[in-house]
Design a protein around this ligand. Structure first.
Ligand SMILES: *Cc1c(COP(=O)(O)O)cnc(C)c1O
Length: 231
């Protein structure tokens, strides 16, 4: 099941790259494994997946301990400041930084552990009330403030597009995020890099790739629907 799903997702990414005349090597598929058992992650690993995304700190560190050491872990969910210390030395990228206070905490822990932490700024690209992330117009100033902190490096932007039936509806938002990254990049802010664009999920990753995604975060499309315990 996972094997076939992965083959399909990879084929789709390849197609989207061809459509946009992009090099397939530019796009990293992140397997979003939240709520899924380690056995399923191992299956994806056997099929060549090395980038895994989780949205909860405890779950990430549990799985970190059980999976091979060459897995690249991505923190894609909202991060509380008091939990930063558990993951700074375990993740390759924190996708969800949307405040200076969170960045300051990451910086503090990075310095303490003598690591350099790569982060993305999470942008609320469609201005949805329910979503985390900074407003697009606030991103540049936040980037300038974070760029002064030691131990932390801005690598680009991340967005969660609205839930839509037709992925074409999200093309505008992916294009906006791309444009924002180009605009910020043009400011040549010291210590700020805009090479990574993390956008696109199971429903819309092909459109995201066509609009310039560098990381796509695919959960359901690889592992199937998630089941959350009834509370
Ligand atoms: C769960 C999640 C995904 C994956 O969603 P799917 O629709 O299952 O592909 C991607 N990004 C973030 C931030 C998520 O929380």
């Amino acid at each position: 099941m996972i094997k076939e799903n992965l083959a399909q997702v990879r084929e789709n990414i390849q197609k989207a790259c061809s459509n946009a005349e992009r090099d397939r090597e530019e796009v990293t598929l992140i397997a979003v494994s939240k709520t899924k058992p380690v056995a399923m992650l191992r299956e994806a690993y056997e099929c060549g997946c090395r980038d895994f995304g989780e949205n909860k700190v405890q779950e990430l560190i549990d799985k970190y301990d059980q999976m091979p050491k060459d897995v690249r872990w991505h923190m894609i969910g909202h991060l509380q400041r008091n939990k930063v210390k558990y993951i700074v030395d375990k993740v390759v990228l924190i996708h969800s930084v949307d405040s200076l206070r969170l960045a300051e905490e990451i910086s503090r822990e990075a310095v303490k552990k003598q690591v350099e932490v790569s982060i993305l700024l999470e942008i609320n690209i469609a201005g949805e009330e329910s979503k985390f992330g900074v407003k697009p117009e606030e991103a540049e100033n936040l980037a300038r403030d974070i760029a002064r902190l030691p131990g932390i490096r801005i690598k680009g932007l991340m967005a969660i597009a609205p839930y839509v039936e037709n992925p074409e509806e999200n093309r505008q938002y992916f294009a906006l995020l791309k444009q924002l990254s180009v605009d910020i990049s043009a400011k040549n802010i010291d210590n700020v890099n805009m090479n990574v664009l993390s956008m696109g999920m199971s429903g819309d990753y092909m459109v995201a790739v066509e609009e310039g995604a560098v990381c796509v975060r695919v959960g359901t499309g690889i592992f199937g629907e998630r089941q959350y315990p009834v509370k």
